[in-house]
Design a protein around this ligand. Structure first.
Ligand code: ZN
Length: 276
């Protein structure tokens, strides 16, 4: 069942959505706009001590929903696979340090090998990371990516594949991030969302829109209502599957980044109530 959103209590904004802002600006302006939750893209942690980042979040009472992103596990080169494990351990440490309960995984792909081999390497890497994730209290959220990224960004392209992997790994510390941008086209989406919820794997819900036409496959995401995704319907499925977490606004958009970010934040709030 689909209900209308009437307030901002479940609204979370990804820092990459307002990419021109640093962490302090994101936290301060989100908070001023009545937004209580944030997902932190790791780029905004690069020039700041983690304890200072945590202090900023605490000062504003901001809830940190997750850290984005880890992953990029597969490679034909063992050295790169090992480096990816180290980088993901660092990402888990960063998540723990700022109080984020989960790390979103853009799992990766290497066009020099088959998707099956890449998926095997992803699974192997996640299993290797589990002890560190557990010890740190940080869950790993597999995010299936749209098939247009299968050559380089993720060999996990449907919710069914993500469900398969999470169920095979079968750990309380592994779940799934459902992003409407990547999954809206899938004819099996409703049943796979049900399956994801039934197995306790539904960790996160990301929203934006699919522009028609899309002029750039990375940085031309639409704001909710700009494109062709029926977001309320998908949110309804996610909620029916038992999800009670935040609706995370994740818009990568060269167009919106070029505008005044405070005005843009107001557009996001309006689009959130109207089209999410
Ligand atoms: Zn996402």
């Amino acid at each position: 069942m689909t209900s209308t959103l009437s307030d901002y209590s479940k609204l979370c904004v990804h820092t990459f959505t307002t990419k021109p802002w640093n962490l302090k600006q994101c936290v301060e302006y989100y908070s001023r706009a009545g937004i209580q939750a944030i997902t932190i893209w790791r780029n905004v942690l690069e020039n700041i001590e983690l304890k200072d980042a945590k202090a900023i979040l605490d000062d504003y009472g901001m809830i940190t929903v997750s850290i984005a992103r880890g992953g990029f596990f597969p490679s034909t080169e063992e050295k790169l696979r090992l480096e990816a494990i180290d980088d993901n351990k660092l990402a888990i440490d960063q998540a723990a340090a700022v109080g984020a309960p989960s790390l979103v995984l853009v799992c990766g792909a290497d066009g020099r090998q088959s998707l099956e081999t890449s998926r095997d390497q992803i699974k192997e890497a996640i299993i290797k990371l589990l002890p560190h994730a557990k010890a740190s209290g940080v869950k790993l959220a597999i995010e299936p990516l749209h098939p247009m990224y299968a050559g380089d960004r993720s060999a996990i392209n449907t919710l069914a594949q993500a469900n398969d992997m999470a169920e095979e790994i079968n750990s309380d510390y592994v779940g799934i991030a459902v992003d409407v941008y990547h999954l809206w086209w899938d004819p099996n989406l409703e049943q796979e969302i049900k399956r994801c919820g039934r197995n306790g794997n539904l960790l996160a819900f990301h929203v934006c829109d699919w522009n028609v036409p899309t002029i750039d496959f990375l940085n031309d995401r639409g704001l909710m209502g700009d494109g062709c995704i029926n977001i309320p319907r998908i949110r309804g499925w996610v909620e029916d599957a038992g999800f009670t977490g935040f609706n995370e606004v994740e818009v990568f958009s060269t167009k919106y980044w070029a505008t005044d970010q405070k005005d843009y934040l107001e557009l996001i709030k309006n689009a959130y109530l109207k089209y999410t």
